[in-house]
Design a protein. Structure first.
Length: 341
């Protein structure tokens, strides 16, 4: 028994020693360094807003307190950023990628343009889950789901590129609940979509409620922008009377398509990743720093000031969800691919 106690004590001492060595090593590595946080969307949108708040706080939770700067690498609904982080960025712990989780299904579908393997990214986490809504300008005349359903011509919605939320959600809604719409794709980010809606190029768009609130707060408050549909499993607290998309689904298949094609992906919309091959020690350091940032009162206060919730998923849980997409039943994958092509 005495030998066992001594052995266990030695084991604990070894664990503490290795932890201390790792902390010291990370401190020496990150001291005086700059971490680039590559955001796949333009400045001013929801992704960019949250990334900049994170960049102002995460550095103090990393040993050595490196500077963290945001770099916007736009195009193809954040696909350019995702490909860059996978193929070009050095796996040294000094580059963090932030792109749309919906791109992962593009790989599952075998679509062109994907130059990454989502199963090999190293996931740091997600700062908040992102249920989506469809919002329209009052000037468009689409101020309720009833008016949308009754539209005699397809209603134009702003999009970014195939595989992105703004493109994919409307296509799934058209196929499952029959709303008349046309996706106008090619905008560089949600800020550009908002400008297009305000100028009358499009009527509105469907994307995450957090992003809509962050970019369209004044228009929502004034009533110039109206949320007519929410695509969440349950009503959002601040939208209790706005109808749920899934309530209009008539069959089990259409409900499953909404759940898999929208609900499951919304959990990991705002991915924060590291390039494959990043040293384990730096992965652990950055995952812990991300987790501590999510609990940081100053971070929470700044998010609240921007009317953004903090509802994180840790990296290991994100990885589990991502791996699950690659295990979907082939028939369901084929159906979704047909809808989204």
């Amino acid at each position: 028994m005495q030998r066992r106690v001594v052995s266990f004590g030695s084991f604990l001492a070894g664990v503490f020693l290795m932890s201390a060595i790792a902390h010291s090593s990370s401190h020496e590595f990150y001291k005086g360094k700059v971490i680039r946080l590559i955001v796949g969307f333009s400045a001013g949108g929801g992704f960019d807003t949250i990334a900049r708040i994170i960049s102002r706080h995460i550095g103090k939770h990393i040993p050595g307190n490196p500077a963290v700067i945001v770099e916007n690498k736009t195009g193809a609904g954040s696909l350019i950023a995702a490909n860059h982080v996978y193929k070009v960025a050095r796996p040294d712990g000094l580059t963090i990628g932030n792109f749309a989780g919906g791109l992962i299904m593009n790989q599952v579908f075998g679509n062109p343009g994907i130059e990454f393997d989502a199963r090999k990214f190293i996931y740091i986490g997600v700062p908040l889950k992102s249920p989506s809504v469809c919002a329209f300008t009052r000037a468009s005349g689409i101020t309720s789901i009833e008016k949308w359903m009754a539209a005699k011509e397809p209603v134009k919605l702003g999009g970014l590129s195939p595989g992105n939320t703004l493109d994919d959600i409307p296509k799934i809604l058209r196929a499952t609940i029959g709303v008349p719409l046309q996706v106008v794709s090619g905008y560089k980010g949600t800020s550009m979509v908002r400008l297009a809606a305000e100028s009358g190029e499009v009527a509105g768009a469907c994307w995450d409620w957090v992003g809509v609130k962050a970019g369209w707060r004044k228009s929502l408050d004034s009533g110039n922008v109206v949320v007519v549909l929410q695509i969440a499993p349950e009503p959002l607290p601040d939208l209790p009377t706005v109808p749920l998309a899934i309530s209009f689904a008539k069959t089990g298949e259409t409900r499953t398509l909404i759940r898999v094609g929208i609900h499951d992906q919304e959990q990991i919309l705002r991915l924060y990743v590291l390039p494959p091959g990043t040293p384990r020690e730096r992965v652990d350091t950055l995952r812990e720093a991300f987790s501590e940032t999510m609990k940081d009162p100053e971070f929470a206060a700044e998010m609240k000031k921007s009317e953004l919730p903090v509802d994180p998923l840790p990296g290991n849980e994100v990885e589990r969800i991502v791996q699950g997409f690659f295990k979907l039943e082939p028939g369901l994958v084929g159906k979704l691919k047909d809808i989204l092509k």
